[in-house]
Design a protein around this ligand. Structure first.
Ligand code: ZN
Length: 125
């Protein structure tokens, strides 16, 4: 657990503004002490995940960020338990393309499903 930056989360509107709000939130919440150099990557990935959640998931869409000193973890929750399906990046499906980017740029990532929703998370070292 990081002493500098406590866990932060924000519920986003299910609208076109959501990715921009998530980017702004992440820039404001990311631990300056431990992860300032990877903020740009995290901001890009959170934008992709929030876009997926707005288009395919539904409310509540919540973004959360944790710093534990060794890693930065970002989680995006939405109201659909359906797993996002990663697809070939050559296809023009926004959902698959976003997850392919997450898989490529993160140190680790995954999906935790619940009966009324899911969390897609990623870790950047
Ligand atoms: Zn930190």
């Amino acid at each position: 657990m990081c002493q500098s930056t406590p866990r932060a989360e924000l519920e986003l509107p299910v609208s076109r503004e959501a990715p921009a709000l998530a980017r702004e939130f992440l820039r404001g919440s990311t631990c300056a002490e431990h992860h300032s150099e990877v903020v740009d990557d995290a901001v890009l990935l959170v934008s992709e995940l929030v876009t997926n959640s707005v288009l395919h998931g539904g409310p509540p869409v919540v973004v959360a960020v944790d710093c534990d000193e060794a890693t930065l973890q970002v989680r995006v929750r939405d109201g659909s338990p359906d797993l996002p399906a990663p697809r070939d990046a050559a296809q023009s499906d926004e959902n698959g393309r976003g997850l392919a980017l997450v898989a490529e740029m993160s140190a680790d990532w995954g999906v935790d499903t619940e009966k009324d929703g899911k969390h897609v998370w990623f870790v950047i070292n």
